[in-house]
Design a binder for this molecule. Structure first.
Ligand code: URA
Length: 235
Protein backbone atom coordinates (compact mmCIF):
# COMPACT_ATOMS: atom_id res chain seq x y z
CA UNK A 1 0.00 0.00 0.00
CA UNK A 2 1.19 3.55 -0.76
CA UNK A 3 2.63 5.34 2.24
CA UNK A 4 0.15 8.25 2.07
CA UNK A 5 -2.78 5.83 1.93
CA UNK A 6 -1.33 3.83 4.81
CA UNK A 7 -1.09 6.96 6.95
CA UNK A 8 -4.51 8.21 6.02
CA UNK A 9 -6.08 4.87 6.98
CA UNK A 10 -4.19 4.48 10.23
CA UNK A 11 -4.54 8.06 11.41
CA UNK A 12 -7.98 8.79 9.89
CA UNK A 13 -6.59 11.80 8.06
CA UNK A 14 -6.94 12.88 4.46
CA UNK A 15 -4.40 11.89 1.80
CA UNK A 16 -3.41 15.56 1.55
CA UNK A 17 -2.64 15.72 5.26
CA UNK A 18 -0.72 12.44 5.02
CA UNK A 19 1.38 13.84 2.15
CA UNK A 20 2.23 16.88 4.26
CA UNK A 21 3.44 14.72 7.14
CA UNK A 22 5.61 12.77 4.72
CA UNK A 23 7.07 15.89 3.07
CA UNK A 24 7.81 17.38 6.49
CA UNK A 25 10.08 14.38 7.12
CA UNK A 26 8.08 13.13 10.11
CA UNK A 27 7.52 9.65 8.74
CA UNK A 28 9.94 6.76 9.01
CA UNK A 29 9.74 3.30 7.48
CA UNK A 30 12.00 0.68 9.03
CA UNK A 31 13.84 3.48 10.84
CA UNK A 32 14.53 5.58 7.70
CA UNK A 33 12.86 8.91 6.91
CA UNK A 34 10.82 8.55 3.70
CA UNK A 35 9.79 11.64 1.79
CA UNK A 36 7.87 10.10 -1.12
CA UNK A 37 4.12 9.67 -0.63
CA UNK A 38 4.07 6.90 -3.24
CA UNK A 39 6.59 4.76 -1.36
CA UNK A 40 5.13 1.21 -1.27
CA UNK A 41 4.81 -0.07 2.29
CA UNK A 42 5.38 -3.81 2.32
CA UNK A 43 3.72 -6.30 4.67
CA UNK A 44 5.47 -6.29 8.05
CA UNK A 45 7.34 -3.00 7.56
CA UNK A 46 7.46 -0.75 10.61
CA UNK A 47 6.00 2.71 9.98
CA UNK A 48 6.49 5.49 12.52
CA UNK A 49 5.15 9.04 12.77
CA UNK A 50 6.91 11.26 15.28
CA UNK A 51 8.51 8.17 16.80
CA UNK A 52 5.19 6.32 17.28
CA UNK A 53 4.55 3.07 15.45
CA UNK A 54 1.35 2.83 13.39
CA UNK A 55 -0.90 -0.07 12.63
CA UNK A 56 -3.10 0.31 9.54
CA UNK A 57 -6.72 -0.59 9.90
CA UNK A 58 -8.81 -1.00 6.80
CA UNK A 59 -12.15 -0.72 8.52
CA UNK A 60 -13.59 1.48 11.23
CA UNK A 61 -15.69 0.17 14.12
CA UNK A 62 -17.07 2.73 16.56
CA UNK A 63 -19.33 2.63 19.59
CA UNK A 64 -21.29 5.85 20.01
CA UNK A 65 -23.68 6.86 22.77
CA UNK A 66 -26.29 8.46 20.51
CA UNK A 67 -28.10 11.20 22.38
CA UNK A 68 -31.81 11.79 21.75
CA UNK A 69 -32.38 14.38 19.03
CA UNK A 70 -29.88 12.83 16.58
CA UNK A 71 -30.69 10.66 13.58
CA UNK A 72 -29.10 7.25 13.18
CA UNK A 73 -29.16 7.82 9.41
CA UNK A 74 -26.59 9.77 7.44
CA UNK A 75 -28.93 12.30 5.79
CA UNK A 76 -27.87 15.88 6.00
CA UNK A 77 -30.08 18.91 6.30
CA UNK A 78 -32.98 16.90 7.67
CA UNK A 79 -35.04 18.19 10.57
CA UNK A 80 -32.52 16.71 13.01
CA UNK A 81 -28.74 16.40 12.83
CA UNK A 82 -27.18 13.07 11.88
CA UNK A 83 -24.99 11.12 14.35
CA UNK A 84 -22.21 11.85 11.84
CA UNK A 85 -21.89 15.34 13.29
CA UNK A 86 -20.81 13.86 16.63
CA UNK A 87 -17.86 11.97 15.13
CA UNK A 88 -17.04 14.38 12.31
CA UNK A 89 -13.93 15.81 13.90
CA UNK A 90 -12.17 12.44 13.98
CA UNK A 91 -13.87 10.54 11.17
CA UNK A 92 -15.11 13.19 8.73
CA UNK A 93 -14.52 12.18 5.13
CA UNK A 94 -15.10 8.46 5.72
CA UNK A 95 -18.21 6.72 4.42
CA UNK A 96 -19.64 5.50 7.70
CA UNK A 97 -23.11 4.28 8.60
CA UNK A 98 -24.88 2.87 11.63
CA UNK A 99 -25.59 -0.86 11.85
CA UNK A 100 -29.16 -0.87 13.10
CA UNK A 101 -31.57 2.00 13.42
CA UNK A 102 -32.25 3.92 16.60
CA UNK A 103 -35.16 6.39 16.61
CA UNK A 104 -34.46 10.10 16.88
CA UNK A 105 -36.15 10.19 20.31
CA UNK A 106 -34.23 7.09 21.49
CA UNK A 107 -30.73 7.09 22.94
CA UNK A 108 -27.95 4.62 23.55
CA UNK A 109 -25.61 2.35 21.68
CA UNK A 110 -25.07 3.00 17.99
CA UNK A 111 -22.56 0.82 16.22
CA UNK A 112 -20.89 2.68 13.38
CA UNK A 113 -18.76 1.17 10.69
CA UNK A 114 -17.81 1.09 7.02
CA UNK A 115 -17.80 -2.72 7.00
CA UNK A 116 -20.96 -3.59 5.06
CA UNK A 117 -20.72 -7.33 5.48
CA UNK A 118 -20.29 -7.16 9.23
CA UNK A 119 -23.10 -4.60 9.56
CA UNK A 120 -25.42 -6.80 7.54
CA UNK A 121 -24.81 -9.79 9.79
CA UNK A 122 -25.17 -7.69 12.91
CA UNK A 123 -28.64 -6.54 11.88
CA UNK A 124 -30.09 -9.46 9.92
CA UNK A 125 -32.44 -11.56 12.11
CA UNK A 126 -30.91 -14.74 10.68
CA UNK A 127 -27.75 -14.08 12.71
CA UNK A 128 -29.75 -13.70 15.92
CA UNK A 129 -27.60 -10.96 17.38
CA UNK A 130 -29.15 -9.72 20.62
CA UNK A 131 -30.14 -6.07 21.05
CA UNK A 132 -30.91 -5.00 24.58
CA UNK A 133 -33.11 -2.04 25.48
CA UNK A 134 -34.18 -0.32 28.67
CA UNK A 135 -37.73 0.87 28.26
CA UNK A 136 -39.77 3.32 30.33
CA UNK A 137 -43.52 3.37 30.00
CA UNK A 138 -46.24 5.93 30.58
CA UNK A 139 -47.90 3.77 33.23
CA UNK A 140 -47.27 0.79 35.49
CA UNK A 141 -46.62 -2.44 33.62
CA UNK A 142 -48.94 -5.23 34.67
CA UNK A 143 -47.24 -8.46 35.68
CA UNK A 144 -49.69 -10.51 33.61
CA UNK A 145 -48.70 -8.61 30.45
CA UNK A 146 -45.21 -10.13 30.59
CA UNK A 147 -46.50 -13.40 29.09
CA UNK A 148 -48.43 -11.50 26.40
CA UNK A 149 -45.25 -9.60 25.54
CA UNK A 150 -43.36 -12.86 25.15
CA UNK A 151 -45.94 -14.25 22.73
CA UNK A 152 -46.52 -11.16 20.64
CA UNK A 153 -47.10 -11.17 16.88
CA UNK A 154 -46.74 -8.00 14.79
CA UNK A 155 -47.52 -7.69 11.07
CA UNK A 156 -48.39 -11.40 11.16
CA UNK A 157 -44.90 -12.39 12.37
CA UNK A 158 -43.86 -13.40 15.91
CA UNK A 159 -41.61 -10.84 17.58
CA UNK A 160 -38.09 -12.24 18.09
CA UNK A 161 -38.05 -11.44 21.80
CA UNK A 162 -35.57 -13.49 23.81
CA UNK A 163 -35.97 -11.85 27.21
CA UNK A 164 -38.25 -9.40 29.00
CA UNK A 165 -37.92 -8.49 32.65
CA UNK A 166 -39.43 -5.87 34.88
CA UNK A 167 -36.90 -3.53 36.50
CA UNK A 168 -39.44 -1.23 38.16
CA UNK A 169 -43.15 -0.38 37.99
CA UNK A 170 -42.74 1.36 34.64
CA UNK A 171 -39.32 0.11 33.61
CA UNK A 172 -38.33 -3.04 31.70
CA UNK A 173 -35.34 -4.63 30.05
CA UNK A 174 -36.08 -6.33 26.72
CA UNK A 175 -33.75 -8.32 24.51
CA UNK A 176 -34.59 -8.94 20.84
CA UNK A 177 -32.82 -10.50 17.90
CA UNK A 178 -34.57 -8.41 15.27
CA UNK A 179 -34.83 -4.74 14.39
CA UNK A 180 -38.12 -4.09 12.61
CA UNK A 181 -39.00 -0.39 12.41
CA UNK A 182 -40.14 0.98 15.83
CA UNK A 183 -40.34 -2.61 17.05
CA UNK A 184 -40.05 -1.91 20.78
CA UNK A 185 -42.54 0.95 20.73
CA UNK A 186 -44.96 -1.12 18.66
CA UNK A 187 -44.66 -4.13 21.00
CA UNK A 188 -45.72 -2.07 23.98
CA UNK A 189 -48.32 -0.14 22.00
CA UNK A 190 -49.95 -3.47 21.13
CA UNK A 191 -50.51 -4.00 24.87
CA UNK A 192 -51.77 -0.45 25.47
CA UNK A 193 -48.57 1.24 26.75
CA UNK A 194 -46.63 4.20 25.37
CA UNK A 195 -42.85 4.13 25.50
CA UNK A 196 -41.68 7.41 27.06
CA UNK A 197 -37.98 6.63 26.94
CA UNK A 198 -35.92 4.06 25.11
CA UNK A 199 -32.24 3.31 25.55
CA UNK A 200 -30.23 0.64 23.72
CA UNK A 201 -27.60 -0.77 26.05
CA UNK A 202 -26.14 -3.70 24.11
CA UNK A 203 -25.70 -5.14 20.62
CA UNK A 204 -24.32 -8.71 20.74
CA UNK A 205 -21.14 -8.61 22.81
CA UNK A 206 -20.90 -4.82 22.60
CA UNK A 207 -22.13 -2.98 25.65
CA UNK A 208 -22.75 0.73 26.02
CA UNK A 209 -19.79 1.63 28.26
CA UNK A 210 -21.00 2.58 31.75
CA UNK A 211 -18.84 5.68 31.92
CA UNK A 212 -20.18 7.05 28.60
CA UNK A 213 -22.18 10.27 28.49
CA UNK A 214 -24.45 11.02 25.51
CA UNK A 215 -22.22 11.97 22.57
CA UNK A 216 -19.20 9.95 23.77
CA UNK A 217 -17.64 7.47 21.37
CA UNK A 218 -14.63 5.21 20.97
CA UNK A 219 -13.24 2.74 18.48
CA UNK A 220 -13.38 -0.97 19.25
CA UNK A 221 -10.19 -2.59 20.44
CA UNK A 222 -8.53 -5.28 18.30
CA UNK A 223 -9.76 -7.85 20.83
CA UNK A 224 -13.38 -6.64 20.55
CA UNK A 225 -13.24 -6.70 16.74
CA UNK A 226 -11.90 -10.26 16.85
CA UNK A 227 -14.67 -11.37 19.24
CA UNK A 228 -17.31 -9.70 17.11
CA UNK A 229 -16.05 -11.34 13.93
CA UNK A 230 -16.02 -14.72 15.65
CA UNK A 231 -19.60 -14.19 16.81
CA UNK A 232 -20.63 -13.39 13.23
CA UNK A 233 -18.52 -16.18 11.70
CA UNK A 234 -16.42 -13.70 9.76
CA UNK A 235 -13.01 -14.81 10.97
N1 URA B 1 -37.43 -0.14 18.66
C1 URA B 1 -37.97 1.09 18.59
O1 URA B 1 -39.16 1.28 18.76
N2 URA B 1 -37.15 2.12 18.35
C2 URA B 1 -35.82 1.99 18.20
O2 URA B 1 -35.13 2.98 18.01
C3 URA B 1 -35.26 0.70 18.28
C4 URA B 1 -36.09 -0.35 18.50
Amino acid sequence: MRLDKYLSKSLHITRKEAKELIREGRVKVEGKVIKSPDYKVREGEKVEVGGKELKPRERVYILLYKPTGYLSTTEREAQHPSFLELIEEQFGGRKLFAAGRLDVDAEGLLFITDDGKLAHRLTHPKWKVEKEYIVELDRDFKEEDLEKLKNLTLDGKPVALVKAEKLGDRKLRVVLTEGRHHIVKRMFKALGYNVVSLKRTRIGNLKLPENFEPGDYRELSEEEIKELKELLKLS
